[in-house]
Design a binder for this molecule. Structure first.
Ligand SMILES: Cc1ncc(COP(=O)(O)O)c(C=O)c1O
Length: 402
């Protein structure tokens, strides 16, 4: 079994870039300097009594990889350290992290208040799955604290937000929302996908749980799916771990190993994503064809620029431009020669998406309108290429629009 026994270098650092390369390091008896992959489904009990003791929880040990696996544990420890949580639990995808939190913590008769500007599948789970199970769901405008307050009822159990939101980049004041959540004894869950722990630390701002799609910036290279739930030890281990252990939305050890290694370069990549996105936002904001149509929290005229400066340490990689129609958006997207058209974000390559006809196409037009997913909205996830090449591609595509 891997352990940190014999690792005399126990200082994992205090700063994000140091924690990212040091937290969760383990050695097997082979003393390898880079984490191995534990590609196995079960573990050997040295005798029957050990099997009984480990199942009874009297001794710590691996039993079966649906419950624990050393490669997954290493990823979880690094993830927890970076988000500033006591504990992390890995899941097979971001959506399985979100669904697990809902299903493990909510019961029939409970009430969930959710931002109406969240990832399309999150809204689909809330309305399509939770409501079917007798859990009431109220969507509210993300940044409107009075709306959150007014939506809370005696049976409310959870508040769920994504900030900045996909794809509108609207934000909520997490300190104020967590104060409201605590006053009412609720669980505040924050989807931190757009920022990653490098740009925003919701737990330090008062959230109870952070969920991550590791498929996005954490992997960063479009290879694997993964997710994580981060929070206090007791909440995760008493209320969420038994659900994962029994229902099985477990992260594969191969994916955990890829993601554990990816975290090492995340702080560095996020710096470059942010500086490139800032250049793109300024370029589009100054271009005659797109002036006044750019959404990016780093622009001083963004309605929540001050909030972004207060609760984020960088403005992220997502930049949105609003064209007048679907047709215009599609012509622009097709004119790009370098940016890849895909329904993903957080890659080292610049990606472009038309949310209304892809990621948010299963929402009704009313839900899309309410979430700010306008027909002409084009979302960029700016990569880590040389900024000059990204800007040249945008420039030539805008020229083709005329
Ligand atoms: C903000 C946000 N949360 C969650 C998810 C779901 O993640 P996954 O695709 O890993 O299930 C996505 C996917 O795009 C997302 O953008």
């Amino acid at each position: 079994m891997s352990s940190d026994k014999g690792n005399k270098k126990s200082n994992t650092g205090t700063k994000m870039a140091t924690i990212a390369v040091n937290a969760g390091r383990k050695f097997s008896d082979e003393r390898e300097n880079s984490a191995p992959i534990f590609l196995n489904s079960s573990y050997v009990f040295e005798d029957a009594a050990y099997g009984q003791a480990v199942f009874a929880g009297e001794v710590d040990g691996n039993i079966y990889s649906r419950f624990t696996n050393p490669s997954v544990t290493a990823f979880e420890e690094r993830m927890a350290a970076m988000e500033g949580g006591e504990r992390a639990l890995a899941t097979a995808s971001g959506m399985s992290a979100i669904s697990t939190v809902f299903l493990a913590l909510l019961s029939a008769g409970d009430h969930l208040v959710i931002s109406r500007s969240v990832f399309g599948s999150t809204l689909n789970v809330a309305h399509g799955v939770l409501e079917k199970l007798g859990i009431e769901v109220t969507p509210v405008a993300l940044s409107d604290l009075n709306a959150w307050k007014a939506a809370i009822r005696p049976n409310t159990k959870m508040l769920f937000v994504e900030t900045p939101a996909n794809p509108t980049l609207e934000m909520v004041d997490l300190t104020a929302l967590s104060a409201l959540s605590k006053e009412n004894g609720l669980t505040l869950v924050v989807d931190n996908v757009f920022c990653t722990p490098c740009l925003q630390q919701p737990l330090a701002l008062g959230a109870d749980i952070v969920v991550q799609s590791a498929t996005k910036f954490i992997d960063g290279q479009g290879r694997v799916l993964g997710g994580a739930i981060i929070g206090a030890e007791s909440l995760l281990m008493d209320d969420i771990f038994p659900f994962i252990r029994n229902t099985g939305p477990t992260l594969s050890s191969f994916n955990a190993w890829v993601l554990y290694k990816s975290l090492e370069t995340l702080p560095l990549r996020m710096e470059r994503h942010c500086s490139n996105a800032m250049k793109v936002a300024h370029f589009l904001d100054e271009h005659p064809r797109t002036r006044g149509k750019v959404h990016f929290p780093g622009l001083s005229h963004h309605p929540q620029h001050e909030l972004a400066k207060k609760q984020m340490t960088g403005f992220g990689a997502l930049v949105c431009v609003i064209f007048d129609t679907i047709q215009e958006a599609h012509v622009f997207i097709d004119a790009l020669e370098m940016a890849t058209i895909t329904a993903n974000l957080g890659d080292v390559r610049t990606l472009v998406t038309h949310p209304a006809t892809t990621t948010h196409s299963r929402l009704s037009s009313e839900q899309r309108e309410a979430a700010g997913v306008y027909d002409g909205l084009v979302r960029f996830s700016i990569g880590i290429e040389d900024a000059e090449d990204i800007l040249a591609d945008l420039d030539q595509a805008l020229k083709q629009l005329g």
